[in-house]
Design a protein around this ligand. Structure first.
Ligand code: HEM
Length: 327
């Protein structure tokens, strides 16, 4: 589903099913890319330069995958859109994100290579993060049927039979709190993305030399018992409480440095405006139509974590039972 949402927005393209050969190829390329990016080989070389000559095999694997992956995006998606734009000339109607990006290239604002790297970046940044968050949300909802019921009650009380849409999500605070709580307890990118300070900086009693690789432990900020009551419990209510609550750092929202699942500042995640509504809408639709239950014979879904340098995702996939809610 998430691949179809993102590929529709990016390329006006759709996968027919999970057996669609292009879907298989896209998911394999993206998983392999994530696996290599999170390999500890990369880390050793970053911190111990002496080891770099021994990591040539790893770097060659990265380069090989990169060229095959970029060729895949180019041949099957970007070139197709270029052809459509070329055939329709001035009459061409922009109907997906890549059209804007190709337009920027035609105007000379970016290069052909930039176009491909933007596509590659969105494939990594947008799809897997939102997918992992969705898996965590479903797992926690299965393990907390009362939260499911509260979302259902909120939707029926507030919307009175109307369907949940992007424009009425703001009327559903408990649903939004559930999304926030999922991202707090299971911060999908727990260490954010490494940053570098150009100038020396002071932080508390520390001096951070210029050009230091700075890694922020966003997961710990969001799970530190000094700042959160029972941080290891899944409790959306905490986001609705006056003093213990926080607002997601959405553009224009209050900034709370305890809660940074999308990072902060100029390099924070631009996809927040897409990820939050997608998560809210999907959870709302699932919960309104189904009671989500643990696999038969199992009381709970196993929420053990599996992490790499840039991800925190569920370790084991379960087959969840979807029981239609009585009308
Ligand atoms: C729940 C889903 C998501 C989470 C948790 C997430 C989280 C993050 C984080 C932590 C960063 C690094 C921020 C920093 O270090 O300051 C980031 C960067 C980024 N994200 Fe997201 N993201 C999500 C969804 C998306 C989506 C849907 C898109 C695109 C449609 C997207 C596009 C990007 C891009 C392009 C960057 C790089 C920004 C830059 O370097 O300037 N993300 N994201």
């Amino acid at each position: 589903m998430l691949y179809n949402i993102m590929y529709r927005m990016m390329f006006d393209a759709k996968f027919e099913s999970q057996d669609d050969p292009l879907f298989i190829e896209a998911t394999n390329f993206n998983s392999e890319r994530s696996r290599l990016a999170q390999s500890f080989d990369y880390n050793y070389g970053d911190f111990i330069p002496l080891l770099r000559p021994f990591l040539r095999g790893y770097l060659n694997n990265c380069k090989d995958l990169q060229s095959r992956r970029l060729a895949f995006f180019n041949n099957y998606y970007v070139e197709k859109r270029r052809k459509i734009i070329g055939e329709n000339g001035e009459k061409h109607k922009i109907c997906c994100a890549i059209d804007h990006i190709i337009d920027a290239q035609i105007k000379g604002e970016i290069s052909e290579e930039n176009v491909l790297y933007i596509v590659e970046n969105i494939n990594v940044a947008a799809i897997e993060t939102t997918l992992w968050s969705m898996e965590w949300a479903i797992a926690e909802l299965v393990n907390h049927p009362t939260v499911q019921q509260k979302i259902r009650d909120e939707i029926s009380t507030v919307l009175k039979g109307k369907s949940v849409t992007e424009s009425n999500l703001h009327e559903l605070p408990y649903l939004q709190a559930t999304v926030n709580e999922t991202l707090r307890l299971h911060t999908p990118i727990p260490l954010l993305v490494p940053h570098m300070n150009l100038d020396e900086a002071k932080l508390g009693d520390y001096t951070i030399p210029k050009e230091t690789k700075v890694v922020v432990n966003a997961w710990w900020l969001a799970n530190n018992p000094a700042w959160w009551k029972n941080p290891n419990k899944f409790q959306p209510e905490r986001f609705l409480e006056e003093d213990g609550g926080t607002e997601a750092a959405v553009a224009g929202g209050k900034v709370d440095f305890r809660y940074l699942p999308f990072g902060m500042g100029r390099r924070s995640c631009p996809g927040i405006i897409l990820a939050l509504p997608i998560l809210g809408l999907v959870i709302a639709k699932l919960v309104s139509n189904f009671e989500m239950q643990a696999p038969p014979g199992e009381g709970k879904v196993d929420t053990s974590e599996k992490g790499g340098q840039f991800s925190l995702h569920i370790a084991k996939h379960s087959t969840v039972v979807f029981k239609p809610v009585a009308a």
